[in-house]
Design a protein. Structure first.
Length: 218
């Protein structure tokens, strides 16, 4: 199924509505029962925690369809243990939808991470980006040893996703699921805007054994 696209400068309020109609027609032509199946309910196997960047749509870059991935997005795919929005999504996806995978996916060229690397005030978002600066602080020795600015930028993107995955597994939500024997894995990925490919950072947690003793809850 190949979607019709228009240049971004030509996107208008009306063109969005027309685009929806075109998409519905194309979808039904390809699969007449698509919306009947979609409206019957959802059972996605994956929760995707990603960046709000418009160039990183979870379904398109993983070649999946509506209903396959439950999604939470924010600036720079940050995981904060007091973010009730994210925690609500995490709780619902694990305890109701019974997802089998939680993926924290960052992307190279992330504007939020780049802003966190700088020393200029951006605005309200500075308070949010402090979470990324905390990641830098935790890995200061490694990052300070990288002289090339682009390589340092890319590495902080990776470390932000890795720390995000760690924070997910440290939640009482995930730990309770593991304690109850639920089949659940947590992963860290990074997507490349230049190649379209996803890099598996090879950070996967599958049980309470993967949780640091400092964060274990009973």
């Amino acid at each position: 199924m190949c979607a019709k696209t228009i240049d971004t400068k030509d996107i208008t309020y009306d063109s969005l509505l027309q685009g929806n109609k075109d998409w519905v027609k194309d979808t039904i032509d390809s699969d007449p029962a698509f919306f009947d199946k979609l409206s019957a309910g959802q059972a996605p196997p994956v929760l995707w925690i990603g960046c709000s960047d418009s160039r990183v749509p979870a379904n398109q870059i993983t070649n999946t369809r509506p209903g396959d991935i439950f999604v939470h997005r924010n600036i720079a795919n940050v995981v904060v243990h007091t973010d009730m929005n994210l925690l609500s999504v995490l709780d619902y996806s694990i305890n109701v939808l019974k997802v089998k995978h939680v993926i924290v996916c960052g992307h190279y060229g992330c504007g939020g991470v780049k802003a966190a690397l700088g020393d200029k005030q951006v605005g309200l978002i500075d308070n949010w980006l402090r979470n990324i600066r905390d990641v830098y602080r935790l890995h200061d020795q490694e990052l300070s040893a990288i002289q090339d600015p682009d390589q340092k930028f890319d590495r902080l993107v990776e470390l932000n996703a890795i720390e995000g995955a760690a924070k997910v597994m440290n939640t009482s939500i995930v730990q309770s699921a593991w304690a109850n024997g639920q089949d659940l894995s947590v992963h860290a990925w990074v997507y490349s805007l230049k190649t379209g490919l996803i890099k598996d950072l090879e950070v996967t947690a599958k049980s309470l054994d993967d949780v640091s003793p400092a964060f274990k809850v009973s």
